[in-house]
Ligand binder design. Sequence first.
Ligand SMILES: [Zn+2]
Length: 507
Amino acid sequence: MAANGNFYITTTIPYVNAEPHLGHALELVQADVLARHRRLRGQPVRFLTGTDDNALKNVTAARAAGQAVRAFVDANAARFRGLREPLGLSFDDFISTSADPRHWSGVERLWRQCAGRGDFYLRNYRGLYCPGCEQFYAPAELDCGVCAEHRVAPEPVTEQNWFFRLSRYTGDLLDVLQSGRVRVEPATRRNEVLAFVRAGLADFSVSRPAARAGGWGIPVPGDPGQIIYVWWDALANYITALGYGGGEPPYRDWWVSSGERVHVIGKGVTRFHAVYWLALLLSAGQPLPSAIWVHEYLSAGGAKLSKSAGNSVSPCDVVGRFGTDAVRWWLLRDVARHGDTDFTAGRLVRRANSDLANGVGNLQQRTLTLVHRYRQGRLAGPASAGPLGAELAAAHQGLPELIDEALARFDFRAATGAICSAVQAGNRLVEAQRPWELARREEQGDDAAAARLDGLLGVLAETCRALATELQPFIPGGASVLSSQFRTHRGRIAPPAPVFARLKIPE
Ligand SMILES: [Zn+2]
């Protein structure tokens, strides 16, 4: 089937054993920018997020909190869903895997298809299990005897499980990863995955005894004594949410025929997505994602953000203190492509002040002020602002392409950096052209100066409009206010009013 122009984008679905932290916000905001950017360019987009409800660790956390699993899971899932407004997210769909009827039927269908390929077998198994990761580890994969993610020694577990014949897909996986049929970015992550596959793939366990799972989760079709492994269940959400279980049109439109299918994930789950998920799809005879973007982690005080590490930073609190635009901007502008980034309120505030309040906000204010002071809020028709003006026009006209290229590489820093460069070009132009002097000469009857002033104000206004448009995916709230200020009402643009507050640097 020929590919359509659709763009399908997903985030991973977090466990709901705890409240969201700022690391979740990073992934959601990155995916949101990609979704909004494609919509801005006129492409049909579907953006999915949700929660991974069926994990054993949710059951354990509910018990520890003295709550019924259903009530506990629903309450935390609602907290993730509730990030929509504070973070300014634009997801089209939200799947809660334990409560969504689309999920159950889709997981069963995927299981049956893999079973039909003869890819499952029963085996008695002894292994080292990290409940934090919901994963078995070989001793060689541990870091001094502990799980590298959770810094705890995994528990020895002996049980009978269904196994998936991952080893069968080694050659196919090497092929799709090497050929770039599935792009894994950045390249360092792709190379890690390739090394893992080349080292030889072992079949992996894809079910748990129902008793150990506390009866929570989706039973194996035809074997209700076993529950489907939560990772197998969770990965399927990317297609179950499209109605895969019932063979519905959204699955055809957004997965089978979609021009692009992009997963945004954290580095800790690369193997699950770039190896296991691809193998499941190959087994089931379904199309693969087109790209997997792997982000790094946020830390606070040098340690990974997590409830268990005791340094969880609540995205709602941070937004409450500094506003949605400042938080989104910091996540996009400052979080590194390689290596973890340490969050501090001071860094966030300094970045927001320099780029938003003193950067684009200042250019906008200056432009509005000049247009009102010298032209009573009216912009003249097209006129020349000299060679510097032409340079600025070129800078903002080239901006969309620079952003497109950066986001095609998932480089959020380069994309926001391009915006900052255009802002700096605008501020330089004002300083070089000295509009206050042009206005004085105009008063003395200098027509050439008057024309130069018209040209300057025109190109500045054009730049501000272009910036407001291009900022939409990154800071939709601030961008829409910026846009509204340059709309003409009875031939005049709005009087100057600050869009971004200068934030106080925290102690
Ligand atoms: Zn672990």
